[in-house]
Design a protein around this ligand. Structure first.
Ligand SMILES: N[C@@H](CCC(=O)N[C@@H](CS)C(=O)NCC(=O)O)C(=O)O
Length: 221
């Protein structure tokens, strides 16, 4: 039943896109509800009162927040097309790298996208170091999950957002020259239908990033 699963998301949110990608890869029918984050719906505030953020998944009236938590729930509830590895050590390592991406890499990536001048330069240096670590992890593999797309690829899919933000700001930290393995991985992902369906619309995203950077500049004047 399509109405059994509801996803409250926002088109430019890489975290929402992550959950959408998992739903599509696992073939779970769902209803998508677009949130206006400047005017959050009563449902979002009711179901996610702590963080008040998207993505929010509601399954049979039970709410779940936080994209990584949602991914695990989906995999445990719908056991077809598993995304997490079966082996406990490999599962633990997938979670380790997911934490690295969300707790280390993303804050630095956000710093690069949302700052200017010295702070941005520093962010680029830091993000280069972290992307190198991720690039090493991917060395010799088709995907982060191994032979086919899995949990860690879905988590690392936020790099699409980072790449697009780099295009819009004119400061591209994720180049093919510096990160050939990650770039090749992006090319492979794009060929997967579900990934393509979950891509953030480029022009619309660029406009949003430019708008945010404009207000950033005016605020710092
Ligand atoms: N750690 C959260 C991050 C979610 C998040 O930051 N969502 C943003 C959109 S990208 C949001 O809803 N922001 C609204 C707000 O902060 O008020 C996750 O993994 O789901």
């Amino acid at each position: 039943m399509a109405e059994e699963v509801k996803l409250f998301g926002m088109w430019a949110s890489p975290f929402s896109r992550r959950v959408e990608l998992a739903l599509k890869l696992k073939g779970i029918p769902y209803e998508y509800i677009e949130e206006d984050l400047s005017n959050k719906s009563p449902s979002l505030l009711k179901y996610n009162p702590i963080h008040k953020k998207v993505p929010l998944l509601v399954h049979k009236e039970k709410p779940l927040a936080e994209s990584l938590v949602i991914l695990e729930y989906l995999d445990e509830t719908w056991t077809n097309n598993p995304i997490l590895p079966q082996d406990p050590y490999e599962r633990a390592m997938a979670r380790f790298w997911a934490k690295f991406i969300d707790e280390k890499l993303l804050p630095t990536a956000a710093k690069v996208s949302h700052s200017t001048g010295k702070e941005q330069e520093q962010g680029v240096e830091e993000v280069h170091q972290q992307l190198k670590i991720l690039e090493n992890e991917l060395k010799g593999k088709e995907f982060f999950a191994g032979q086919s797309i899995g949990y860690l690829d879905i988590v690392a899919h936020v790099l699409f957002w980072f790449y697009s933000a780099g295009e819009a700001s004119g400061v591209q930290a994720l180049t093919t020259e510096k990160f050939p393995i990650i770039s090749e991985w992006i090319e492979k992902l794009i060929k997967i239908e579900a990934v393509n369906e979950c891509r953030i619309p480029k022009e619309k995203h660029h406009d949003l990033i430019r708008l945010r950077r404009e207000s950033l500049k005016s605020a710092s004047k």
